[in-house]
Ligand binder design. Structure first.
Ligand SMILES: [Fe+2]
Ligand SMILES: [Fe+2]
Length: 269
């Protein structure tokens, strides 16, 4: 199922398949002893993606003012791209590390996260439609899959970088994005974008929490200090320092204490 999602190029087809598989997984888990068995499959190095949007170096992605419709469209287009990437990231962790024995709760959590990212993409794509645009209308960031490639052989590295750094960063920046759309008042799609991003903001806390939970689980199994392991893995696989200000409250709610991220921030040098 994971590989089928990863090898589907069309964005709406990818999210539909992802949601359908999540439903099947959950139904199988609801009946004692009927869980779909964990298989083995080879995920692609890069997930299939639609022909549009063109993927550009982030320095070449044009910046637009948030106070305009074009600017707000660009923000949502970037969010749609992040959500689609997240769908692939969550199915990828399931397939790529299927050889590592894990409790069933691990699969439940990442299937749930993949399902929610699929919903997030659809919500944002609907907002883009309301604003007269669509996913693929603008260019998008080319470097999104880099974290997956860098950690393709390192399960704990994947958990440290993807949910605990990248998705945690989402918690830091989402409140300001919601504010941009709130300020846009009655502009086309603005109210719809506020409600979509409130759903995303609430659900992303769980994704970060899943990351922290399973990272700590693996550290416990290997008798490794989680904070030291986190610092080592982020320094190894994440390029650059973490950017404050941090959403300390939501990070705490997700099980990431300040001594995990502050020493890796710009201010810590
Ligand atoms: Fe999301
Ligand atoms: Fe997420």
């Amino acid at each position: 199922m994971a590989v089928a999602v990863l090898t589907t190029a069309d964005a709406r087809a990818k999210t539909a398949l992802s949601r359908d598989f999540a439903k099947r997984w959950k139904a199988s888990r609801a009946e004692a002893g009927r869980a779909i068995p964990i298989g083995a499959a080879c995920p692609p190095d890069q997930p299939a993606r639609p022909m549009q949007p063109p993927l550009l170096d982030p320095r070449d992605v044009p910046r637009r003012k948030p106070g305009t419709l074009a600017g707000r469209t660009a923000i949502l287009h970037a969010v749609a791209h992040i959500e689609l990437n997240a769908v692939d990231l969550h199915w990828d962790i399931l397939a790529r590390f299927a050889h590592v024995p894990m409790p069933m709760g691990f699969y439940d959590d990442w299937v749930q996260a993949a399902d929610e990212e699929s919903k997030h993409f659809n919500l944002i794509a609907d907002c883009l439609a309301e604003m007269g645009s669509f996913y693929g209308a603008l260019s998008a960031h080319a470097g999104m899959w880099r974290a997956a490639e860098d950690t393709a052989d390192d399960f704990m590295g994947r958990l440290a970088v993807v949910p605990m750094v990248l998705e945690a960063r989402g918690l830091d920046v989402t409140p300001n994005m919601i504010e941009v759309f709130r300020r846009a008042g009655n502009a086309p799609g603005a109210a719809q974008a506020v409600s979509a991003m409130e759903v995303i903001y609430a659900e992303e806390v769980h994704h970060v929490a899943y990351g922290s939970k399973w990272f700590h689980f693996l550290c416990g199994r290997e008798d490794t200090d989680p904070k030291e392991a986190f610092h080592r893995l982020v320094r190894r696989y994440f390029h650059g320092a973490l950017k404050p200000p941090f959403n300390e409250e939501k990070r705490a709610e997700a099980g990431i204490p300040p001594d995990f991220y502050w020493p890796l921030s710009e201010k810590a040098g």
